[in-house]
Design a protein around this ligand. Structure first.
Ligand SMILES: [Fe+2]
Ligand SMILES: [Fe+2]
Length: 261
């Protein structure tokens, strides 16, 4: 039995604090063989830097996935080209640095991870339901496969779940920062959830300090956004995979506050 812990978008300092404090214990408690973390908001709430990516790897991430904020910080562009298990959506343009799939190994079992971007608000290069075929080719030798579909529209994620049902172990949605209540194993054996949620401050507005977000909505004037620190939580899912087969037996939401120290 192989277990994968997938952690929703890590946002800012609060999200990284949760990752540092909780990933090691959760891996042990849940018996997770692999930990995959969406890190697109790890640096200050938008994007990721080499330093914050290194911090997530040190906290226990085996693979980092990304999303629409991938290129916010210039210094990460070359980092994405080096041989690290950090991937950006596969269906970005070839001109955009980085790779969209990766394979990692633990105890003789391999996990292929695919990152895809939806269409709405995402500027992708190719529709994710088409691009996924080439992405799956790249990880065809992997024992288990997890797809992180980073998308705004629920329909784009639901459609991909059905499209891949029976072909991959899991399709997990990211980007909206709000966990959905639809985690289940589809009839063909693919674990699915529309959005895993966010790992960061639940006291903000999807990660942003709430007074800033409210002020923008009330005044329709720009204002600086800072990542909130209030009430940090982890939002993740645990997927248990069938041995010797690309299928899941369960998917369970893991939604917990950062324990008080
Ligand atoms: Fe995000
Ligand atoms: Fe995003």
């Amino acid at each position: 039995m192989t277990a994968i812990l997938f952690v929703g978008d890590v946002v800012g300092t609060a999200g990284r604090r949760v990752a540092r404090a909780m990933l090691g214990d959760l891996r042990a408690e849940l018996g997770a063989d692999f930990v995959v973390v969406n890190g697109e908001n790890a640096a200050g709430g938008i994007g990721i830097t080499p330093k914050t990516a290194d911090e997530l790897f040190a906290a226990g991430a085996d693979v980092i996935t990304l999303g629409n904020h991938t290129y916010r910080h210039r210094e990460v562009w070359p980092y994405l080209q080096e041989r690290r298990p950090i991937i950006r959506p596969f269906n970005f343009l070839p001109s955009q640095p980085g790779r969209g799939t990766v394979e990692v190994e633990r105890g003789g079992v391999t996990l292929g991870v695919v990152n895809l971007a939806g269409n709405l608000y995402m500027n992708h290069a190719a529709p994710h339901l088409l691009a996924v075929e080439e992405a799956l080719q790249a990880v065809r030798g992997a024992d288990h496969v997890l797809v992180d579909v980073h998308a705004e529209a629920t329909s784009e994620k639901v459609a991909l779940g059905w499209h891949l049902d029976g072909r991959v172990d899991a399709v997990v949605g990211t980007h909206t920062h709000v966990p959905t209540a639809d985690a289940r194993v589809l009839p063909g054996g693919t674990a699915y959830v529309t959005d895993v949620g966010m790992t960061g401050a639940r006291g903000g507005v999807i990660g942003v300090r709430r007074e800033q977000s409210i002020a923008v909505m009330r005044t329709q004037m720009p204002q600086r956004y800072d990542a909130s620190d209030e009430d940090p939580w982890i939002n993740a899912v645990l997927i248990r995979c069938e041995p010797g087969r690309r299928a899941a037996t369960s998917i369970e939401p893991i939604l917990r506050p950062l324990p008080a120290t």
